[in-house]
Design a protein around this ligand. Structure first.
Ligand SMILES: Cc1cc2nc3c(=O)[nH]c(=O)nc-3n(C[C@H](O)[C@H](O)[C@H](O)COP(=O)(O)OP(=O)(O)OC[C@H]3O[C@@H](n4cnc5c(N)ncnc54)[C@H](O)[C@@H]3O)c2cc1C
Length: 254
């Protein structure tokens, strides 16, 4: 029996013939991860056609739980593109909790020299057999430097920094793990960094583009903290509310 599908234009049935199957297989094998995009405008109608095709993606009960947002204003688009993101690197170890058992350290941070920057002691499950010690939390240039090294070297650097603080204990460190935000797929970094001279871009992105309002830690002066993200979200919600009240009043008293 031959499986058949309707073609997307709603025309006649399409055979899953050999040529079609080969092309479909190539497409699946291809799995191309596109990271660089052209900036020239699409021909008129192309975006709408692509969105119509994207809407054919399976969704339970045809619920289509997505929304496409087209940021049109060139100034907003340029400002979004221009935001830099800072890198961060964390390295964690599992270990016997020597810092508590032997040295009476219960949570907190020790600062180190070198790119690993700090050692962060866990403040949960005190006195349990083992814990997770944060052996590096580097941000910005130091994170870039650390992330540029091969993983074994990153672990050696972190181990040496911990050994400097706690002589003889680094041999108890096990199962290291490192995360560099710059290496996470689809992540530009751990937090936005507006440069000096970008005030007008920051202000612009805090104004809506038509019906679209922007919010997030990147639009807060508080930097990479949840507080900044929440305040930014509240600001956007207040702007939407204000807009609605003005529109309602205008409609009531035309
Ligand atoms: C390593 C690290 C440590 C931190 N430590 C602290 C701390 O100790 N205390 C503190 O207060 N803050 C801390 N922060 C900062 C805090 O996590 C952020 O400021 C906050 O989470 C930002 O919230 P947000 O809503 O702006 O963005 P996010 O929390 O990043 O939320 C954005 C969401 O949008 C989703 N998304 C992105 N693109 C799309 C798309 N195209 N379609 C659909 N969804 C999409 C993402 O998956 C994500 O869930 C830390 C951050 C990092 C990275």
């Amino acid at each position: 029996m031959k499986a058949q599908i309707q073609d997307s234009a709603g025309g006649g049935p399409t055979d899953f013939d050999e040529g079609f199957r080969a092309r479909l297989r190539d497409l699946l094998v291809w799995r191309r991860d596109v990271r660089r995009f052209r900036h020239d405008p699409l021909p008129s109608g192309t975006l709408e056609r692509l969105i119509r095709l994207a809407c054919l993606a399976p969704s339970v009960g045809l619920s289509q739980p997505w929304r496409f947002v087209i940021v049109d204003d060139p100034a907003h688009r340029a400002a979004i593109r221009d935001v830099d993101y800072a890198n961060a690197v964390k390295i964690a170890w599992q270990s016997r909790r020597f810092w508590e058992a032997d040295e009476h350290i219960y949570g907190g941070i020790s600062w180190t020299t070198g790119p690993t920057t700090q050692v962060w002691y866990p403040s949960d499950r005190l006195f349990s057999a083992k814990g997770i010690l944060l052996g590096a939390y580097a941000i910005g240039g130091q994170a870039d430097e650390l992330a540029s090294r091969p993983l074994p070297e990153q672990f050696d650097t972190s181990r040496a920094a911990i050994e400097g603080l706690h002589p003889g204990r680094s041999r108890e460190l096990e199962k290291p793990m490192a995360v560099a935000w710059s290496k996470m797929p689809y992540s530009l970094g751990f937090a936005a960094r507006f440069r000096n001279g970008q005030e007008s871009e920051y202000s612009l992105l805090n104004t809506p583009d038509g019906p679209f309002y922007f919010a997030g830690e990147h639009l807060s002066r508080i930097g990479p903290w949840q507080e900044g993200a929440i305040l930014s979200a509240r600001r956007a919600a207040n702007m939407i509310d204000k807009h609605r009240r003005v529109t309602d009043a205008t409609n009531a008293n035309p």
